[in-house]
Design a binder for this molecule. Structure first.
Ligand code: GDP
Ligand code: MN
Length: 391
């Protein structure tokens, strides 16, 4: 789960991470009031969407009056903001953040990630703040510093100082940085975060080290321990299909292709996506309906697939182990009755009650293309949309 910048700053602030003061607003008047309440000569007004690159896209502005804050908020609110991270359709700005302006001397990068290679959380830092860290890593990998954190010891003082020196921080800034990094790590652990990104971390003109931007993601499986973080969820920022899928406890991830896939078991779902690609098309989703799915769940999954108008054909690939093929067939038939099925449907199933399942599909009168095995089913579904790879 992702949260907004202003929420991340609130969370981090509670852990003692230095962040500028600010106030979120949903109307131009509230933005003006927030400027006045800050009582500073200058403020920054920032679009709050779950995407970066707002600065370059015109979603961040330095303002020097309440009127200017109101005008800029009016320009952003209710309209899509297109950044290089949003895709061409952009994201609707429902909220802005008005924050006291900082005078920037240097822009740095600081991140915490779950580092699979190191089997730990790693601190990532760079002197190249304000730029895409992926780009810095690709072009000048020597400018990206990685410090794995031993889970038993935590972030050691010498590690924080090593990074501070490498970032060419001076005097008091070194201690400030060490405290900031320690507080950030504590926040990461205690909230079950999966990512914290501070880009930029800045040194202000008066020599303070503070977080000018903040991005936080959390491990969904840890959210039950943090109701106060779960409350920060913003459904308007999430894929409606994924929200619908989560209601039925389906593991669904929206992708860019046009073959809708319904599979049971994560491994089989991954293999199905691979074989669709191998056959010359792209999957529209990852979908694992789970081991013990009932007809209602299968029907919900099927509806979600068909609601995506980019889906040109559906491939159902089920191995009936715990799940029975007749239950699957009932779900598919039920869903096909609810929504008009007007695209090709290819079914490959194998396992418990497979004959009964096939009979149910046959008796239903739904047009079903049967795949003999996985590869055959994949070829058939790709052929059905006229995208078969030359063989
Ligand atoms: P992003 O573009 O979505 O990552 O948004 P950021 O919060 O990182 O802001 C983009 C850029 O706006 C930063 O890299 C800064 O250069 C600039 N910016 C943000 N806040 C301030 C501020 O308080 N003062 C000044 N001078 N610039 C700011
Ligand atoms: Mn940023």
């Amino acid at each position: 789960m992702n949260i907004h910048e202003f929420q991340a700053k609130q969370v981090l602030g509670r852990f003692g991470v230095p962040v500028p003061k600010g106030q979120a607003a949903t109307t131009p008047d509230a933005a003006a009031a927030a400027f006045t309440a800050l009582g500073q000569p200058k403020a920054v007004v920032k679009a709050q969407i779950h995407a970066g690159g707002r600065g370059k896209a015109g979603g961040v502005k330095l303002v020097s009056s309440a009127q200017e804050a109101r005008d800029f908020a009016a320009r952003l609110l209710g309209k899509p903001l297109v950044t290089h991270q949003t895709g061409p359709q952009g994201r609707i700005v429902n909220r802005i953040y008005v924050e006291e302006a900082s005078q920037i001397a240097r822009e740095l990068y600081l991140g915490l990630v779950v580092d699979r290679k190191a089997a730990s959380v790693s601190l990532i830092a760079s002197s190249e703040g304000g730029m895409e860290i992926e780009e810095v890593a690709a072009n000048t990998p020597e400018k990206v510093l990685t410090e794995p954190i031993d889970p038993l010891i935590g972030l050691a003082g010498f590690q924080a100082r090593k990074i501070a020196f490498a970032l060419e921080l001076k005097d008091k800034q070194i201690g400030q940085f060490a405290n900031l990094a320690a507080a950030l790590y504590k926040a990461f652990l205690e909230t079950d975060a999966s990512l914290i990104e501070i880009n930029p971390l800045v040194v202000t003109a008066d020599g303070r080290v503070i977080c000018l931007d903040a991005k936080m993601s959390f491990d969904d499986n840890g959210l039950f321990r943090h109701p106060e973080i779960r409350e920060l969820r913003d459904p308007t920022e999430e894929d409606p299909a994924e929200i619908e899928a989560s209601k039925y406890d389906l593991n669904y991830v929206h992708l860019d292709g046009n073959i809708g896939c319904m599979v049971n078991g994560a491994g089989l779902a991954m293999a199905t996506m691979d074989i669709v690609k191998l056959s010359g098309a792209e999957p529209a989703n990852f979908l694992d309906v789970g081991g013990g799915a009932n007809a209602e769940k299968v029907a919900a999954a099927f509806r979600i697939l068909l609601a995506d108008d980019r889906v040109k054909a559906v491939l159902i690939n089920i191995f009936g182990g715990i799940m029975r093929c007749d239950v699957l067939a009932e779900g598919v038939v039920e869903a096909a009755r609810q929504v008009k099925l007007n695209i090709p449907l290819v079914v490959r199933m194998e396992g418990t009650n497979v004959d009964r399942g096939k009979q149910i599909l046959k008796d239903s009168g739904i047009k079903v293309i049967t795949g003999n095995d996985m590869a055959d089913a994949a070829r058939r579904v790709v052929d059905a949309i006229g995208q078969g790879a030359s063989r």
